[in-house]
Write a protein that binds this ligand. Structure first.
Ligand SMILES: [Fe+2]
Ligand SMILES: [Fe+2]
Length: 234
């Protein structure tokens, strides 16, 4: 469901959206900005509807899941932990019931796939699925290169070897696909709905990598051929 429709059917959605927009004001990371939050919110609403889960809980958890991410970049604190506490306080102040508030807070705390805290409730699983769907597919490809541009990471180099496990840093954008993105397989999603969406997106990433690498080696071959032709001309 799109954000405009959600604003009409979820209580206090407009106010909460304004709070989230404020938190992301001046945050210059296109891979993790407010548009990521809005995509995750819309995906979470779709998954909740298809899975027969509570729409309000899924949407509020998604909308607030990265609210402390801009602060994490500055202070180094865990945005999942801090975001969970913040959401709990905000929803309590707005008069949401204790069960919904607790479920939203727990979902945010567990939303990082690498976290020790595992998502047990359906709302927590929907949030993690919606967040991870944004890490595969065409938008994910754009996010990877945008982040690489921000950090000055090369697109690709056959000299920079990829590692088996991701430790928060990849030497090239292409290595990042192998170290992290390709591990987000359709089978690793919790809900049937997300698994279905993930299949198409995962396939696209694989096709993209095949095309990228074939063009890259094609360029290398044509450049060396060109040098050889030039040397023969002399
Ligand atoms: Fe996050
Ligand atoms: Fe996120």
């Amino acid at each position: 469901m799109n954000i405009d429709k959600l604003v009409k059917c979820i209580p206090h959605m407009k106010e909460i959206l304004a709070v989230v927009e404020k938190a992301f004001e001046n945050y210059d990371d296109p891979a993790h900005d407010i548009s990521h939050v809005l995509r995750v919110t819309e995906s979470a609403s779709e998954i909740a509807i298809h899975e027969g889960a509570d729409l309000e809980t899924a949407v509020l958890a998604a909308l607030l899941h990265d609210i402390k991410r801009p602060e994490e970049d500055v202070t180094g604190m865990d945005h999942a932990e801090c975001g969970a506490r913040y959401a709990s306080q905000l929803l309590d102040e707005l008069g949401f019931g204790s069960q919904l508030t607790r479920e939203v807070s727990e979902a945010i705390k567990a939303h990082r796939y690498s976290s020790e805290t595992k998502p047990f409730s359906i709302s927590a699983r929907i949030l993690q699925d919606a967040d991870r769907l944004d890490a595969i597919g065409a938008i994910a490809v754009a996010r990877v290169f945008s982040y690489s541009g921000k950090t000055g990471t090369p697109l690709h180099s056959s000299k920079l070897k990829r590692s088996d496990s991701y430790n928060g840093y990849s030497s090239t954008a292409i290595n990042h696909f192998y170290e992290k993105i390709l591990k987000i397989t359709p089978e690793s999603f919790w809900t049937k709905t997300a698994k279905g969406i993930a299949e198409n997106r995962y396939r696209f990433v694989v096709q993209f990598l095949e095309q990228f690498l074939s063009e890259w080696s094609g360029i290398e071959i044509s450049v060396s051929d060109f040098k050889e032709i030039k040397s023969h001309e002399r």
